[in-house]
Design a binder for this molecule. Structure first.
Ligand SMILES: [Zn+2]
Length: 96
């Protein structure tokens, strides 16, 4: 079964995938841990135009742009997963 492909998450899918704590973790990582190679620093003005991808390993990958210089930035969002998360991943994968 080719169920391990990368899926670009819609806004709604992303909303449904993460619970409140996981969203807080995501936002923290987004604002404090995304490194911009051009700025040689954590994105000073944050990240813009980002989208999220469910990877083949069921991890959340963020792809966006440094809000200061516009360079592409990506970061694997290390979110503590729970059993409900696995169920929600399954739901997203089966609804395609
Ligand atoms: Zn930058």
């Amino acid at each position: 079964m080719p169920q391990d492909e990368e899926i670009e998450l819609s806004g709604l899918q992303f909303e449904n995938l993460l619970n409140k704590e996981q969203k807080e973790a995501f936002n923290y990582l987004l604002n404090h841990t995304v490194f911009c190679p051009s700025c040689s620093n954590i994105c000073p003005d944050g990240v813009m135009d980002y989208k999220t991808v469910l990877t083949d390993a069921d991890e959340v990958l963020m792809k966006g742009k440094c809000a200061k210089c516009g360079s592409g930035v990506t970061r694997l969002m290390l979110i503590e997963e729970d059993i409900a998360f696995a169920d929600r991943v399954k739901a997203i994968r089966s609804n395609r």
